[in-house]
Design a protein. Structure first.
Length: 341
């Protein structure tokens, strides 16, 4: 492991402590400098810290999209929905969500409006989920399924067996794969301390891929998974977790400390898996011979080791679940806000 990679890797416990201190400090600042009560200030502080992390740190952005399957555009739309809805309550009247001013210190006030706003803010996550997965549902359900050997240029979907088009990739667990995603999880203690179990979110991660064919009874279609829907692919992939000892090579360009033991979690699609692949059929360059081309799926590709009916049904369920959270929880919260005016 290169020594230069050991610098600047924070511990998981330190990350959580810093996050907690930042939220409490911002909540106290909001409560002191504005007419907000501490509860409302805490909500805004948590939202501000989360927004800053997503905006300022590319790794945090990638992690949010990978884990939720929802793009930043859907999250931004949900945030605007919350802000516009709160602004509407002020346009309709005086909601009085705040403590009485002036006050030299926090008086412990907590209002029905603040509780309703907290519920409504939580429900906007449902709006983001519904919006993000609705785009995925339209793309998957609106793409016709055809034979791999008879696919014409344009948006197409195929179902068939994975056949490598060249060399495969070896995953951290030692398996052969045509696509895999990994996350590096750090140990709480130094290398060799087996009594301290690993915990916390991933410190680093990435994807590796190799070109492959989807083969069915009609022939085969080349797939270049350089821009795969990672959330969808991981949802149906084979998973494994392996331990990487200090000094052993890590996958990709993972930036980790050289003197610690790590666990690596992986999601992989292997040769001979039956997959559903959807995307735009066009001329795609072969890895083994860049000068020649073959007709295949290139660019943005939806890939899942499952049947099309299962994939589309699961995505539809996520859209309906997100919408239900927005209507039921958000409706109750917003009604509370309006009734407290």
């Amino acid at each position: 492991m290169p020594a230069e990679l050991s610098a600047g890797v924070p511990s998981r416990l330190t990350d959580y402590r810093l996050l907690g201190v930042a939220v409490v400090a911002l909540a106290l600042a909001f409560s002191w400098l504005t007419p907000l009560d501490l509860f409302s200030g805490g909500i805004l502080a948590l939202a501000a810290v989360g927004l800053a992390a997503v905006v300022l740190f590319p790794r945090a952005r990638r992690s949010v999209v990978r884990r939720t399957g929802v793009g930043l555009g859907a999250w931004a739309t949900a945030a605007l929905l919350f802000a516009a809805s709160v602004a509407l309550t002020y346009a309709l009247g005086s909601p009085q969500p705040f403590c009485e001013r002036p006050r030299p210190t926090y008086r412990g006030c907590l209002t029905a409006y603040g509780l309703g706003a907290a519920l409504f803010l939580a429900s906007t996550a449902g709006a983001a989920v519904a919006l993000g997965h609705a785009r995925r549902y339209r793309r998957l359900s609106g793409t016709p399924v055809g034979g791999a050997g008879t696919a014409d240029p344009g948006r197409r979907a195929v179902v068939g067996r994975v056949v490598p088009a060249g060399e495969t990739r070896r995953t951290p667990a030692g398996a052969e794969a045509v696509w895999y995603r990994y996350e590096v999880l750090s140990e709480d203690g130094p290398s060799g301390d087996e009594d301290e179990p690993p915990s916390g979110p991933a410190t680093d991660g990435g994807t590796e891929f190799a070109q492959f064919y989807v083969e069915d009874g009609s022939g085969r279609l080349l797939v270049v998974p350089r821009d795969v829907d990672e959330y969808l692919a991981a949802a149906y992939a084979t998973t494994a977790t392996t331990t990487v000892e200090a000094g052993d090579p890590m996958p990709g360009d993972a930036a980790v400390a050289a003197d610690r033991t790590y666990r690596v979690r992986e999601w992989r699609i292997e040769p001979d898996d039956v997959v559903f692949a959807s995307g735009r059929v066009a001329d795609a360059s072969r890895a083994a011979s860049p000068a020649s081309t073959a007709l295949g799926l290139d660019g943005e590709v939806a890939l899942a080791a499952a049947r099309q009916e299962q994939v589309v049904g699961d995505v539809r369920w996520r859209v309906l679940a997100g919408a239900a959270v927005l209507v039921l929880v958000g409706g109750a919260g917003y009604a509370t806000m309006l009734l407290s005016m």
